[in-house]
Design a protein around this ligand. Structure first.
Ligand SMILES: Nc1ncnc2c1ncn2[C@@H]1O[C@H](COP(=O)(O)OP(=O)(O)O)[C@@H](O)[C@H]1O
Ligand SMILES: [Mg+2]
Length: 305
C-alpha cells in the first residue's frame, strides 16, 4: 500500500527525515510512535503529497508520487495533526466542500456525508457550525473529512491529542472497524499505550530515523531484560537480596530494589528462589516491559521528553 524508500527531508538546516524507508502492506494498522519533533508529521505530509522529499521515493498503492500524483491522492485520506476544517461552516457544509474537491457530487455525495457523520457520531450536530464544537468533535469531523472519498489508505496524525476519553474511544472503535473492513491505517502518536492497543506493527521514530520496527512482541524482545520485579527491602538480609540478583540486573535504592530479569528466566523459577530466600510472594510487583522502556533503551530519553 505504501513504499517509502530512503526519504530525506530538510527544512533549512534541520533534517526532519533522515533517509527513512518503510514498507506498509495492504490492510495493516501501522503505528508511527515517536516524541515531538521526531518527524512523524513531516513523513505524513510527504506521503500525502503536501511537500516533496529532498531525496528518495514514495509510492502509494503502487503509484509513484512524482508520476501519478492525482491517482495517489485519491487512494489516500489524510487527517492532519492541526484540524483542517472551516470554522464558520457546519459539519455538513464542510464535508460538502471536501467531497466536491474529491470529485463526489449529488446523491453519492449526500450518501457519503450521511455515512461519515454517522460513523463519527456527529449526526445530531450536523447543522451546527464547527466553531461551536468541542475539541473531540472537531477531531472526529476532521477524520470524517479524510474518509469521505472511501480511501484505501488513511493517514491519521495524532488524532487523540486534546480529545476527551469518550471521543478517543469513538475514534479507536471506528479506526479498528474500518481496518477490519480492509482500510490500511497509518497512525502517528507519542502515546505508547495507543500504539500498543491499536497497531499490528509499530515503527519507533526519532530524529527522522526509524529506530526499531516490528510487532509489539518483536519490539519488546529487543530489550536486554524481560519482566521487571520491584520489591521492598523490608529489612531483608543482603544475602537474600543477593540470591535474587542472580536472576538479572539489580538496582538497589534506599528501601526498595528493582530487578530486571534476564531473558529466558522463568518466573516460576524466580519465585521459587525468592521463597526459599525468605521473601513472601506478595513482596513483589511485576511489570511487563513496555515500548516506553524500549524507547528509553534505544535513545536514553523518554517519549514525552
Ligand atoms: N515547516 C517547518 N519549518 C521548519 N522546521 C520544521 C517545519 N515542520 C517541522 N519542522 C521541524 O522538523 C522536525 C520534525 O517535525 P515534525 O515532522 O513536525 O515532527 P513530529 O510530527 O514527530 O512532532 C522538528 O525538528 C521540527 O521542528
Ligand atoms: Mg506532528
Amino acid at each position: 500500500m505504501l513504499e517509502v524508500t530512503s526519504v530525506t527531508k530538510r527544512y533549512g538546516t534541520i533534517t526532519a527525515l533522515d533517509g527513512i524507508s518503510l514498507h506498509i502492506p495492504r490492510g495493516e494498522f501501522f503505528g508511527l510512535l515517536g516524541p515531538n519533533g521526531a518527524g512523524k508529521s513531516t513523513l505524513m505530509s510527504l506521503v500525502a503529497g503536501l511537500r516533496a522529499p529532498d531525496a528518495g521515493g514514495i509510492r502509494v498503492d503502487g503509484v509513484s508520487r512524482e508520476a501519478g500524483g492525482g491517482a495517489a491522492v485519491h487512494a489516500l485520506g489524510f487527517a492532519p495533526q492541526s484540524i483542517a476544517l472551516y470554522e464558520e461552516l457546519t459539519a455538513e457544509e464542510n464535508l460538502g466542500v471536501f467531497g466536491r474537491l474529491c470529485g463526489l457530487a449529488g446523491s453519492a455525495l449526500r450518501a457519503r456525508i450521511d455515512e461519515c457523520l454517522a460513523a463519527v457520531q456527529l449526526n445530531d450536530r450536523r447543522k451546527h457550525p464547527v466553531k461551536t464544537y468541542s475539541g473531540g468533535m472537531q477531531r472526529r469531523l476532521n477524520l470524517a473529512a479524510a474518509l469521505l472519498h472511501s480511501p484505501k489508505l488513511l493517514l491519521c496524525d495524532e488524532p487523540t491529542v486534546g480529545v476527551d476519553p469518550q471521543s478517543r474511544n469513538a475514534i479507536f472503535d471506528l479506526l479498528q472497524r474500518l481496518n477490519r473492513e480492509g482500510l490500511t491505517v497509518i497512525y502517528s502518536t507519542h502515546y505508547m499505550e495507543e500504539a500498543t492497543r491499536l497497531c499490528s506493527r509499530i515503527g519507533i521514530i526519532d530524529h527522522g530515523r526509524i529506530l526499531a520496527l516490528g510487532s509489539l512482541d518483536q519490539l519488546i524482545a529487543r530489550l536486554p531484560s524481560t519482566e521487571v520485579v520491584t520489591f521492598a527491602r523490608n529489612g531483608a538480609a543482603s544475602a537474600a537480596v543477593a540470591a535474587l540478583a542472580w536472576f538479572g540486573t539489580l538496582r538497589e535504592q534506599a528501601d526498595s530494589c528493582e530487578l530486571h530479569l534476564a531473558p529466558g528466566v522463568r518466573l516460576a523459577e524466580f519465585f521459587a528462589a525468592a521463597q526459599s530466600a525468605g521473601f513472601p510472594d506478595r513482596a513483589f510487583q511485576l511489570k511487563r516491559p513496555t515500548l516506553e522502556d524500549l524507547f528509553l533503551h534505544l535513545t536514553g530519553k523518554t517519549l514525552r521528553e
